[in-house]
Design a protein around this ligand. Structure first.
Ligand code: IPE
Ligand code: IPE
Ligand code: MG
Length: 255
């Protein structure tokens, strides 16, 4: 995949790749005087809805931030409940994903996870590897800085003693999402306006969309609002507006 800083990517009406920080589960629960885990449980339902809605709209790839490398700082009971939820989601959802042609993958440092969880992840990835529908990537124990560092270390390993400078493309090949187009649209629910160490490299030219909707309330209508906002953006990739209208009178095409 080429990078948005090297060549101007194609711009389509439907984002080819959407990346989401699913935030606000805890506040959703708190407002209802429920334990935080109730919000996480409802969050799984929002994931199911969003996966289906993206597939129906022809989105090629969906990347969901489920657990950050910093989320280990949470109370141990919440971390352990999140892990249990992840296990049960894999046990209950993977068959349906497979039936719908979804290619499921997990990115992040899996070495800290329980063997049951990693084996369920392996099984799900293997089962769905040949599918040609939506590419669904879940980021778990993921951090954008971790991703760049693991890519650098793999590069170093791959060609010890090399003298020529590395290129962006060399690095890209080793990044977790190196085989996907960069996200066209980034969505963060829950009202915070920050990246929280999600895809640092890949978001260089992504359109950012923030909504106060809490993740458990996110639904196809909320997704459509985000896509509508995305469609109104002029994606210039460094060029001027005038250059874009010369290429395409309707929207900025590649060039
Ligand atoms: C996002 O919701 C889910 C995870 C980070 C696992 P939060 O749990 O961060 O919800 P808030 O931000 O406390 O409302
Ligand atoms: C980001 O949410 C990580 C996930 C949604 C998995 P957080 O709720 O952990 O982010 P901060 O700590 O508020 O930045
Ligand atoms: Mg949060």
């Amino acid at each position: 995949m080429s990078s948005s800083t090297q060549t101007v990517p194609e711009v389509a009406d439907v984002p080819r790749h959407i990346a989401i920080i699913m935030d606000g589960n805890g506040r959703w629960a708190k407002r209802r005087f429920l334990p935080r885990v109730a919000g996480h449980r409802r969050g799984v339902e929002a994931v199911r809805r969003t996966v289906q809605a993206c597939a129906e709209r022809g989105v090629g790839a969906l990347t969901l931030f489920a657990f950050s490398s910093e989320n280990w700082r949470r109370p141990p009971e919440e971390v352990s409940l999140l892990m249990q939820l992840f296990v049960s989601a894999l046990q209950h959802e993977v068959e349906r994903l497979h039936r719908n042609g979804v290619r499921f993958r997990v990115i992040g440092d899996l070495s800290r996870f329980d063997p049951l969880l990693t084996s369920l992840i392996d099984d799900a990835q293997r089962l769905t590897a040949g599918n040609h529908g939506l590419v669904l990537t879940v980021a778990a124990n993921y951090g954008g800085r971790w991703d760049i560092m693991q890519a650098v270390n793999r590069l170093r390993h791959a060609a010890a003693g090399r003298n020529e400078p590395w290129t962006e493309d060399d690095l890209l090949r080793h990044l977790s999402l190196g085989d996907l187009p960069e996200p066209d649209l980034f969505i963060r629910t829950g009202g915070e306006q920050r990246i929280s160490n999600f895809l640092l490299w890949q978001l260089a030219y992504t359109e950012l969309y923030f909504t106060d909707t809490l993740w458990p309330d996110f639904d196809p209508a909320a997704l459509d609002e985000a896509i509508t906002s995305y469609r109104r953006r002029e994606r210039r990739f460094g060029r001027t507006s005038e250059q874009l209208s010369a290429v395409s009178p309707v929207r900025g095409a590649s060039g």
